[in-house]
Design a binder for this molecule. Structure first.
Ligand code: CP
Length: 338
């Protein structure tokens, strides 16, 4: 079995993993289900939290983690089929993934979108190659469309902090100097839906999340409101989850950089004052005073460090779950958790 996207697993399995993560955090889970095994953590893009959390999680479960920065401490990898490899990619994933599968019991991949063509990016060619060529379970460490380990850590953080059912979760779009991927906002709203929260997406016109995400929210029975009215969105919110992402209708284009636009969307004290003393959440890394004012991220309801810490516990729960499967083709029904 793989762990590629939240939508691939039932809400019951995902709740089980969150509960296991809480048990790890409370010291109630012990054991080394990955004793003597290798865990290969492959990165096509930078990472602080994901790389460190999964490395430590693997080690604490008894495994030997290996971090591979493709094109850094390894050959640069080609993922497209049928191309003439006369560029800077020296190795194809068709060989690399089976080779890594022969050394490792679990493989992880971080692979961001190129940001030029959404129809191509959303196919996630590198993750698809891992899924196709790996003979061991694969975990998505953030792709073009999802960041499942972040979503589970977000859900865990909310569950630790409030009784989420029926509470107001606001995904608050925020300004940035780059057109960022939609993986984190997708997983954040999916996590909120799994926690049975009422979701409001506050974003500028044109910055809608992909239809596939909205369809998944609908399939989870979530109540979702989409608005560009920040006053209405922040009013009585219980969670403000700030995140920037790029405009789908003008893919790869950076948002306006003028101060009026920034002032409308940056999370600040005046907006937070409209909320129900809301938790402030962000996946990190964050650009201070662009995405969120210092006074909010440093304030009493900020959960960003708790979210980051929970990445370790959810990584342990996810790796333990995958350790129970021997191959990438094991199905949830073959496990006792389903
Ligand atoms: N939130 C998150 O995934 O952080 P990194 O990019 O540092 O791994």
């Amino acid at each position: 079995m793989n762990f590629l996207h939240l939508k691939d697993h039932s809400p019951e399995v995902l709740q089980y993993i969150v509960d296991e993560a809480i048990a790890f955090k409370q010291g109630k889970n012990a054991g080394t289900p990955l004793a003597g095994k290798g865990v290969g953590l492959c990165f096509m893009n930078p990472s602080l939290r994901t790389q460190t959390a999964f490395s430590i999680a693997a080690a604490q479960l008894g495994a030997h983690p290996v971090v591979l920065n493709f094109g850094g401490n390894t050959w640069k990898m080609e993922s497209r089929d049928g191309v003439l490899m006369d560029g800077d990619c020296a190795e194809h994933l068709k060989e690399a993934v089976p080779v890594l599968s022969s050394y490792c019991s679990i493989l992880g991949l971080r692979s961001f979108p190129d940001g030029k063509n959404w129809e191509e990016d959303k196919l996630e060619p590198a993750l698809a190659a891992f899924k196709k060529y790996a003979t061991v379970p694969v975990v998505n460490l953030e792709s073009a469309t999802g960041h499942p380990s972040q979503g589970l850590a977000d859900w865990m953080t909310i569950q630790e902090s409030i009784k989420p059912k029926g509470k107001k979760f606001v995904l608050a779009w925020a300004p940035h100097t780059k057109a960022l991927p939609m993986a984190v906002p997708n997983s954040a709203v999916e996590a909120a839906a799994l926690a049975k929260m009422n979701i409001t997406i506050a974003r500028p016109e044109g910055y809608d999340l992909p239809p596939e995400t909205m369809a998944h929210l609908q399939s989870l029975g979530a109540t979702v409101e989409v608005t560009s009215d920040t006053d209405a969105a922040y009013k009585n919110a219980d969670v403000i989850y700030a995140k920037s992402w790029g405009e789908l209708s003008s893919y790869g284009t950076v948002c306006p950089q003028d101060s009026a636009f920034r002032n409308k969307w940056t999370v600040d004290e005046a907006k937070m004052a409209k909320t129900n003393d809301a938790l402030f959440m962000h996946c990190l890394p964050v650009r201070r005073n662009l995405v969120v004012a210092d006074s909010v991220i440093d304030g009493p309801t900020s959960k960003v460090l708790q979210q980051a810490e929970n990445r370790l516990h959810t990584a342990k729960a996810m790796l333990s779950f995958l350790a129970a499967t021997r191959t990438s083709s094991t199905t949830p029904s073959e496990l006792s958790y389903a």
